[in-house]
Write a protein that binds this ligand. Structure first.
Ligand code: FAD
Length: 433
């Protein structure tokens, strides 16, 4: 049996960034043929797509952001967010409350009236829907915030907790009033500028870290069982290899790890079973014309349209499309059993291309490339019991000595920058041990 000091399960950004900060006595075991996980790319027919949906580099943690930029060397550019919200055929600047003058007059009035005359302004919110009514009033909530969130979470906003929104700054009243009469303001500056790889999509960052790994990266290497073996961890992979490690770190989705973990703590199984997640389908569409859209992404609250967001890879890097072409990604949040997950790839592509034609974002006759990509684990859902469930799950796992790292291992709605930040912290702990 092969023995090493540290085994890392999963070759997404968490696993690779961790390995990049440890010595040579380390394995990374990744089931797919390429590293990247949710940061992965699909590069076909001259088009480059971020497989799970559009990714950009931004972070409140400046040293981490700088590290992610550094690993790209020269392969990085800066862009400016140009997001819009599609509302009754109009493109409203994001965030919605900063561009009310772009709405039809009646809708603008409803929004600003609901914002000023808001009987719930001093409520203490208990869920996402409450928070929206308290913060924005009825107009903005009913026309945009609630329908959009119902689509992206695929869940009732009244059953979603406040973990996520507590980080969103409340818009200054002055800005909302100005926006209603058409004086330009810029809300939510945090992600206004972003960095992105010139070539290879967001996945290039993971390859940048991979170049710094001195241990071994094994792709096409699915972990099929994990077990405690005295002071060590025994890991078997689908090629029949058995390995043992002094320390084990799993970046696998917790719902994937527990069924293959022989002797997994029953409390971890119990609490993980209560954690809700969303799957996603990302539709990749290439066209042989370029309409020159300057937008990065467009949010679609309309419940009749199947996707909740579309994005334009060329706005992230010109190299994402062949000369004279363009591409669109359309994202759908879904869950097994909701009827959408069960649709075939062709059915869902036909429906989405129809909706893109209806909203006038493309001409179906110009589509030269189409592909649907599915991720069972897309978004952890912060429902009302999330915090207590996740803390119990994590404690039960931590008590065994196994380390969890990353978005679906720790079951935390985190971006890649936080994955890297946590990888650095764990590398320091493991190196000191
Ligand atoms: C739609 C969307 C948009 C996003 N936008 C941004 C953004 O703009 N900016 C940003 O920074 N972040 C963004 N994120 C978040 C970012 O994608 C994640 O935080 C990050 O990719 C998580 O990385 P990870 O390594 O923790 O997990 P993962 O990427 O899920 O890695 C886990 C790895 O484990 C592997 N694996 C699973 N089972 C096994 C097994 N049995 N054996 C071996 N390997 C296995 C998987 O193949 C995968 O490679 C976005 C995420 C989504 C879904």
């Amino acid at each position: 049996m092969i023995h090493k000091r540290i085994g890392i399960l999963g070759g997404g950004i968490s696993g690779i960034a961790l390995a990049a900060h440890l010595g040579p006595d380390v394995d990374v075991l990744e089931k797919r043929s390429r590293i990247g996980g949710l940061c992965g790319a699909i590069i076909e027919n001259g088009f480059t797509f971020d497989a799970a949906g559009p990714h950009i580099m931004f972070s409140k943690n400046k040293p981490v952001l700088q590290l992610m930029i550094d690993v790209l060397g020269d392969n990085v550019r800066q862009g400016r967010r140009e997001n819009r919200i599609w509302f009754k055929g109009r493109l409203v600047k994001y965030p919605f409350e900063n561009d009310l003058a772009s709405l039809p007059k009646e809708d603008n009035f409803d929004c600003i009236y609901g914002y000023i005359v808001n009987p719930r302004a001093n409520d203490t919110p208990a869920n996402l829907a409450d928070w929206s009514y308290m913060t924005f009033g009825a107009g903005i909530s009913d026309k945009y915030f609630i329908p959009y969130n119902r689509k992206i979470w695929n869940y009732d906003p009244q059953k979603i907790g406040l973990e996520f929104v507590s980080r969103i700054p409340k818009p200054p009243m002055e800005d909302v009033l100005k926006s209603s009469i058409g004086i330009a303001t810029e809300g939510y500056l945090h992600q206004l500028y972003f960095s992105y790889p010139i070539e290879g999509g967001f996945e290039s960052i993971v390859h940048g870290f991979a170049k710094r790994v001195s241990g071994e990266l094994h792709t096409n290497c699915r972990v099929v069982s994990v077990a405690r073996d005295g002071q060590r961890w025994r890991v078997a992979t689908d090629d029949g290899t058995e390995r043992s490690y002094d320390t084990l770190v799993s970046t696998l989705p917790i719902h994937e790890l527990l069924p293959i973990w022989d002797g997994a703590p029953v409390e971890a199984i119990e609490w993980a079973g209560r954690l809700r997640y969303n799957s996603l389908i990302n539709l990749l569409i290439g066209c042989n014309e370029d309409r020159g859209y300057p937008y990065t992404a467009v949010y679609i609250p309309d419940p009749e349209i199947i996707f909740h967001r579309i994005s334009f890879p060329k706005a992230f890097s010109e190299r994402c499309v062949p000369e004279g072409s363009s591409s669109i990604m359309a994202e759908i949040t879904t869950n097994e059993g909701d009827g959408i997950w069960e649709m075939s790839d062709d059915e869902i592509l036909d429906r989405a291309i129809g909706d893109l034609a209806k909203t006038e974002f493309l001409d179906p006759a110009r589509v030269v490339y189409r592909r649907a990509v599915r991720f069972l684990y897309g978004y952890p859902v912060y429902d009302l019991e999330y915090r207590s469930n996740v803390e119990r799950m994590r404690k039960a796992v931590a008590d065994t000595g196994l380390h969890l790292l990353g978005r679906f291992a720790q079951f935390d709605y985190i971006n890649s920058d936080v994955c890297v930040e946590r990888a650095l912290a764990l590398a320091e702990t493991l190196s000191a041990a």
